[in-house]
Design a protein around this ligand. Structure first.
Ligand code: ADP
Ligand code: ZN
Length: 215
């Protein structure tokens, strides 16, 4: 399985990717997670990326493509992957096509999760992530049993630095301008699958799986 999850910030790509990873045994490759890991590790790249991410802008294509190339070369990606948050603009999509051709791989499809804008803001402001295992919660829709503590591993829950009002607005703007055109791009390659991203997580997951099972 080689797929892309497309959708606005907060559309549920990360949540679905984590569930898909368990079911299909393919790694989730999230450029956002890779960048945040570089930020917490305090690498040069992380230092450069942090200010850009906190402002809601896109990190440069060079940085992101370098990370993706390296990641796709790793052993666990050889039989399939779930791309989450990449590609995010047309140049990245073009580079991905080239890269896939070099590997001799083809993409099964790009799955778009459609969610209304006002839902997105609630989802993002309420989002909490476990600092230890990455499990996600939402204080409005799927809170942890104990405030700020992960149900799965007992780790402390954190709030992403870019999940605040101003940055969210900017990220939605960037999505509309730079990422949304990829819907047309994959549609013209007959690779686009649109799904309703609103409602129960499990229902959405079923829809995603039945789309994948038809590939
Ligand atoms: P979300 O999908 O909720 O916006 P991500 O974790 O995917 O969150 O991304 C967080 C931030 O990381 C983005 O706002 C951007 O600054 C940076 N980023 C992630 N992926 C890319 C990418 N493919 N190209 C450029 N910047 C990226
Ligand atoms: Zn945890």
């Amino acid at each position: 399985m080689r797929i892309i999850l497309l959708g606005a910030p907060g559309s549920g790509k990360g949540t679905q990717a984590k569930m898909l990873m368990e079911k299909y045994k393919a790694p989730q490759i999230s450029t956002g997670d890779l960048l945040r890991a570089a930020v917490s590790a305090g690498t040069e790249l992380g230092k450069k990326a942090k200010a850009i991410m906190d402002a809601g802008h896109l990190v440069s294509d060079d940085i992101v493509l370098g990370m993706i190339k390296e990641r796709l070369n790793e052993k666990d990606a050889q039989n399939g992957f779930i791309l989450d948050g990449f590609p995010r603009n047309k140049p990245q999509a073009d580079e991905l096509d080239k890269l896939l051709a070099e590997f001799g791989w083809s993409l099964d499809g790009a799955i778009l999760l459609e969610v209304d804008n006002d839902q997105i803001v609630e989802r993002i402001t309420g989002r909490r992530t476990c600092n230890d295992c990455g499990q996600m919660f939402n204080i409005f829709s799927s809170p942890s049993a104990k405030e700020n503590v992960c149900d799965k591993c007992g780790g402390l829950l954190g709030h992403r630095a870019d999940d605040n009002g101003d940055t969210i607005r900017k990220r939605l703007e960037v999505y509309a301008e730079q990422t949304a055109p990829l819907i047309e791009f994959y549609s013209s390659q007959d690779k686009l699958f649109k799904l309703n991203g609103m409602g129960e997580m499990a229902t959405i997951f079923n829809d995603v799986c039945s789309t994948i099972d038809k590939f």
